[in-house]
Design a protein around this ligand. Sequence first.
Ligand SMILES: [Zn+2]
Length: 96
Amino acid sequence: MIERKCPKCSEWNKDEDHCIKCGEALSPVAVMAKREKKRVEEEAAKPPSKFDLFLERAKNSKYLLVRWGYYVMYSVFMVIGAIGAFMAWLVAMANG
Ligand SMILES: [Zn+2]
């Protein structure tokens, strides 16, 4: 039998995932789940960056030209990313 002392209210719990008194996460699994949940919540609460907003606006623009511009820019970024990955692969091969 494992006994865990609650870090929050100092209550001794038997093999519980959460404190019987205050509900604080006690087991490593519960603590990790809590941390992950908090991280996801923080990520969701973060306002989108100006660049994200700009992209979103361009994508949904009523002007066809702006939407095209978005897709052209997006494609260019993709190609640059692909070339970058290819270069990194080449360098890795050359050194290997
Ligand atoms: Zn507690």
